[in-house]
Write a protein that binds this ligand. Structure first.
Ligand code: G3I
Length: 319
């Protein structure tokens, strides 16, 4: 594949992939992922989440996350940290008790500062808060907002900044590709954090999309710029474009066009720093397990062979 695609952050865009510890036994997979002339960035799919890093209160386990951080380091790849606070994959002890506000604040600060400190100096950007919104733009309820309200976001961001002043601090969500209630809520949040002096550097646009239902390039660019005009950067953090199986030539051709649309929209926006696909091969995609009957969402197939979507990805980066 082309050496012209991958860019470190010195270039316009990086291309990266999520990866996960169980897949690292697959030597062909790892060899391909470790080509840093192509993959400029990696994200751990699960191993830095709360249930993995603080499974019991005050007991921190970094072995699995360290494997991904070390892989990035030995490959010379940018590392994105994912994630500090999310409603899903919380450790069960977090949700099991009726915490006071002071206790909830302390739990949040301890978790964020311990995890971010552990990886300080190794992480380009952290998804400090993951998926804070419902699709209608209202605040998603889970234990921290239930106890602390929206201020849990500020608490997490401040703790992360103190723990690693060099890491870019992101909030990450899906269904914020084009204009709508959820995008508006995220943009209003960024503005209110900035007005309060709370650190916020970027918004992650996950981009779990559906073949044939990707917004137009113009709609993507308009919305991406609604974020960047606030003075922050953006990244496409979890791109995949799924279809209802079986694959057909028509679906694969549409998927190719859809990949090009998204990547070239990022390329067109000055402060869109990179595109990460949520893994690179269908072999390790989360889609079939979550959406039965759907899949084939990534640029490489189950046999690690490129699909038309790969050509769309390349076209987006190079055209
Ligand atoms: O660790 C257990 C293992 O012990 C057990 O044997 C196995 C059996 O099911 O499950 C393992 O846990 C799985 C975990 O991944 C680690 O492999 C969970 O069942 C599974 O639900 C979990 O899925 C992850 C999902 O987040 C959870 O919501 C996916 O791998 C991961 O790719 C996905 O990533 C999220 C992003 O973090 C946020 N945005 C959406 C994206 C897709 O859901």
């Amino acid at each position: 594949h082309s050496n012209t695609v991958a860019k470190t952050l010195g270039g316009k865009l990086y291309y990266g992939s999520a990866t996960d510890n169980p897949e690292l036994n697959d030597t062909t997979y790892v060899a391909m992922l470790s080509d840093n002339t192509f993959f400029g960035q990696i994200t751990p799919g699960n191993s830095m989440k709360w249930d993995a890093t603080e499974p019991e209160q005050g007991v921190f386990t970094f072995a699995a996350g360290d494997v991904i951080a070390d892989l990035a380091k030995s490959n010379g790849q940018v590392l994105r940290g994912h994630n500090c606070v999310w409603y899903n994959q919380l450790a069960s002890w977090v949700t099991a008790a009726n915490w006071t506000a002071a206790q909830a604040t302390s739990i949040l600060q301890t978790h964020v500062s311990t995890v971010v400190s552990h990886y300080a100096g190794q992480v380009y950007a952290w998804d400090v808060v993951n998926e804070p919104w419902n699709d209608d733009g209202t605040l998603r309820e889970f234990i921290f907002p239930e106890i602390l309200g929206i201020s849990y976001i500020t608490t997490a961001l401040v703790a992360a900044r103190t723990a690693d002043p060099a890491a870019k601090l992101y909030i990450n969500d899906y269904n914020i590709d084009s204009a709508g209630a959820k995008s508006t809520s995220m943009q209003n949040l960024v503005a209110s954090l900035q007005a309060a002096g709370t650190p916020i550097d970027g918004i992650g646009i996950e981009s779990h999309l559906i073949v044939g239902e990707v917004p137009s390039q113009a709609a993507l660019i308009t919305n991406y710029e609604a974020f960047t005009t606030l003075g922050i950067e953006i990244a496409i953090t979890e791109l995949d474009i799924r279809m209802t199986l079986p694959e057909t030539p028509a679906l694969l051709a549409q998927q190719k066009a859809d990949y090009e649309t998204v990547v070239s929209a990022c390329k067109a926006v000055a402060r869109c720093v990179g595109v990460t696909t949520w893994d690179y091969t269908d072999k390790y995609s989360w889609i079939p397990g979550t959406f039965p009957g759907q899949g084939a969402a990534l640029p490489w197939d189950d046999n690690l062979v490129i699909k038309p979507a790969y050509d769309g990805l390349i076209a987006g980066f190079t055209n």
